[in-house]
Write a protein that binds this ligand. Sequence first.
Ligand code: GLN
Length: 186
Amino acid sequence: ADVTGILAVQGAFAEHAAMLDRLRAPWRLLRSSEDWDDSITRVILPGGESTTQGRLLRSSGLSDPIAAHIALGRPVLGTCAGMILLAERLENDDSVYFGALHATVRRNAYGRQLGSFSATGSFGDITDMPLVFIRGPYVVDVGPDVTVETRVDGHPVGLRQGSILATAFHPELTSDTRIHELFLSL
Ligand code: GLN
């Protein structure tokens, strides 16, 4: 079994499931610890509201199994709020959730006026990719084991650290499946 668990306590989890359907990859929504078992070999942390997600992560009992999965070096894709949940440090918030991604992330980095916008960019070998931002973060600092895969206006917005992929943008809100294909290849 090779099932992707999609954190589904809040946010854009259905859009990730639709992406995996297009790629014929099995998935399961994770709402409580009872949804977790050994068939889950990958995890997606979707966009949404990271403070709400962080609270529900703890109350759902999913925080521990997902943290253990990450500690084993297994594949994780975090998009937007998911990147915030992964980060070791938030520049403008005292919260730390998984703290696994060696990066400092600024929440709501684009402010109110420019909160949501589209751009085009790369993620490593994936070029000419549509980038959709919705009140997203950007990265202000990364550790030596992190590769910056995407930049917009000079700011890192796509990172890779081993089997962790993290994007400030929302690949699941486009018709471009390449980030998900890369994730499924890890
Ligand atoms: N602004 C949200 C947060 O800080 C993230 C936005 C998103 O995931 N689209 O949690």
